[in-house]
Structures are given as C-alpha cells and as structure tokens.
Design a protein around this ligand. Structure first.
Ligand code: FUB
Length: 342
C-alpha cells in the first residue's frame, strides 16, 4: 500500500517522533542520502563527508570525500548501524578523488553501488561496484560505466523490473561540458550567461540486465512548464542543477532534483520515466548549508524524504542526514516540506 495523502504522514509512535528535524547520526558526517529498503531493513548510501585542505569554491572542490560508509536502520527513527568502509577510492582503478553522491540497487541477490568520482584527468565519471551484501564491502569494476559522465547517479527500478539511471549535475558536476556528448575541457564552468537557452537537464539511460552497463545511449530528460515549454537556464528557482531522483507513486513518475544556487528540492511529473516531466512545485524549502540533496522512499506503506543539512557542523561540506515524512496529495502534488517547521 502507498500513502496517497489527504492527511499528514505521522510517525506511528511517540518514540518515533524524536527523529524529526534531528541528525540521524552523530559519529560521522553522511550527506546525499539515497535510502532503500532491502529485506525490511533501511539502508542509506550517502557521501562520507570529510574535512580536507582544499579551499571552498563554486565548483565544490572542497568536497573531498574518499570512501563510502553505509548506514542502516531497522525502522524509521531506529538506532543507526554504521557499517565498515564499503568502498575506498584507493580500490577503484580508474578514480582519483571526490567520491560524491552515490546510489545503490539490488538485482538477483546482488547489490550494486553506483558512484561518481574524478578520474586522473579531473573528469567526473560514474562507476559501479558490486557485493553480495547490502552494506558491502563492494568491489569496483575496473572501468567507469561506458557513456556515463558527470555526477549524482540515482537508479530507479520500475514495476516491470527495468532499471534506469538518472544522472548529472551542472557547475562542479561538469554536465555543461558534455553538451556535445563528449567532454569539452575548455567548456564553461557553469550554466551562467545563457539565460534564454533551455536549461540543461539530467540524463537517463536504461541499465543492462547485468546492471553493470547501459543498454542504450543516455538522453536528456525534458523538464517543461505547464505550457509544455522547456524550463530556461535563467529560471534558477525551477531549473535542474543536480541530485536527480525518480520515484513512482500511483502510476505517476516523479523526478525530484536540487535547484542548486536557489537551494530548493523541486519536482516534476510524467507518465513515462523518459519524460517529458512537467514542473509541479517544491518538495523541500532550503535547508541550512549550500547543498541540498535527497531521496524519497516508501517504508512500511508510508513515504519518507531523506535529506541533509549542516546542523551539527555549521560548515557546508560537513553534512548530516535527516528524515521526515512526505505526503502525496490525492491530486498528485507533493506537500512542500519546510525543514524549519515541525
Ligand atoms: O556531495 C557532493 C555534492 O554535493 C553532491 O554530489 C551534490 O549533489 C551535492 O550534494
């Protein structure tokens, strides 16, 4: 069953309320939380934030993550288990640095960790690593996924078993440098200065049955306004920046994403995973910290938003994850969440 909305999604017990607005763990910094339920347990695959030496800039050079740690819970509001290192950049043959937002999937009893990292030429690629356990350790494939680039992979598996990866992010995520389908080392660092052009959008590609490669060439997902016109690059309040995620509710596909420099999690809906997606509104108002990144998951018949902010550290690259109920209204809209109102 799914939460179809109408009434606020409430945690089931007084004990369960304690997690609202609170960091889910204190011991290490985990951001960009991609949550999944495997065999009744909640597993979160996120970035493992660390304090490095690179100065802060608009391209996110200060996000210097070097490994992944999986966190699991027996229920929403439950005690976190922080598992040992799931994958270290030193064990990824093609990667050099900046292990950014990952996601995971399961197929035929095998677990797949999808992750972006910069190669030795400073280009973001997306790789995959496998394990027979949801928490890892994962073993990386020797090369990045052919045809995958930029950052923030998220894998959605549809009811018919087909899995799709959405990916991409502008500015430091380098998507603007792939406009021609090939990496342009001299391309612009940002999408700025092209306000009237259609905004860049996330890419989507169906994964092969073995989940290790694409079954097709990635294509851009159209994100349009209510009149069917593509959102424009200058429309910073609505245009895609990074952190795409797809979920399906009541037969409708929801593409949710960060608007980056305006700090919203926005959403758009479609009757197909390939779009076009029509912009519908905001899932999450700005949180504390520059970045905002999320996942949406159904747990025990209720829907939840996992997200992050900088409550513990007050520093933009040291983020902690949180979770809050999410409501789909009967008309297909999502009730906007204000992280500062409980
Ligand atoms: O964690 C590094 C980057 O920050 C992610 O890849 C983006 O989505 C943003 O959250």
């Amino acid at each position: 069953a799914t939460e179809t909305g109408g009434s606020p999604a409430k945690p089931r017990s007084a004990e369960g309320l304690r997690y609202l607005g609170q960091p889910l763990l204190q011991d290490i910094y985990i951001a960009d939380p991609s949550a999944h339920v495997f065999d009744g347990r909640i597993y979160v695959y996120g970035s493992h934030d660390v304090d490095g030496t690179t100065p802060e800039d608009d391209l996110g050079s200060h996000f210097e993550m070097r490994d992944y740690r999986v966190v699991s819970f027996d229920r929403i509001g439950g005690k976190p288990t922080v598992h040992p290192v799931a994958l270290d950049v030193r064990d990824v043959p093609w990667a050099e640095k900046q292990m950014w937002a990952p996601d995971a999937a399961r197929k035929n009893g095998r677990y797949f960790l999808y992750f972006p990292a910069k190669d030795r030429e400073g280009v973001f690629r997306i790789g995959v690593a496998t394990s027979d356990r949801p928490e890892g350790p994962f073993k990386a494939e020797p090369k990045p996924i052919e045809g995958a680039y930029s950052i923030d992979p998220a894998v959605f598996t549809d009811g018919d078993g087909a899995s799709y990866m959405v990916f991409g992010g502008i500015w430091g995520g380098q998507l603007q440098r792939w406009a021609s389908g090939r990496f342009d080392p001299n391309g612009s660092n940002t999408d700025l200065g092209r306000n009237d052009a259609p905004a860049l959008t996330p890419r989507i590609a169906r994964l092969r049955d073995d989940m290790l490669e694409f079954a097709e060439t990635p294509r851009p997902l159209a994100i349009v306004d209510e009149a069917g016109k593509p959102l424009l690059a200058g429309d910073h309040d609505r245009r895609f920046f990074e952190a795409a995620w797809i979920h399906k509710h009541d037969g409708l596909y929801y593409l949710t994403y960060s608007t980056g420099d305006t700090h919203f999690i926005a959403y758009a809906t479609s009757r197909s995973p390939y779009g076009p997606f029509t912009y519908r509104g905001r899932v999450l108002a700005p949180v504390q910290g520059w970045t905002t990144h999320h996942s949406i998951v159904e747990v025990g018949g209720r829907w939840y938003l996992f997200y992050h902010d900088t409550q513990i550290s007050g520093r933009t690259h040291l983020r902690n994850m949180k979770v809050t109920p999410l409501v789909h209204e009967p008309d297909g809209t999502i009730r906007t969440i204000d992280p500062f109102v409980r």
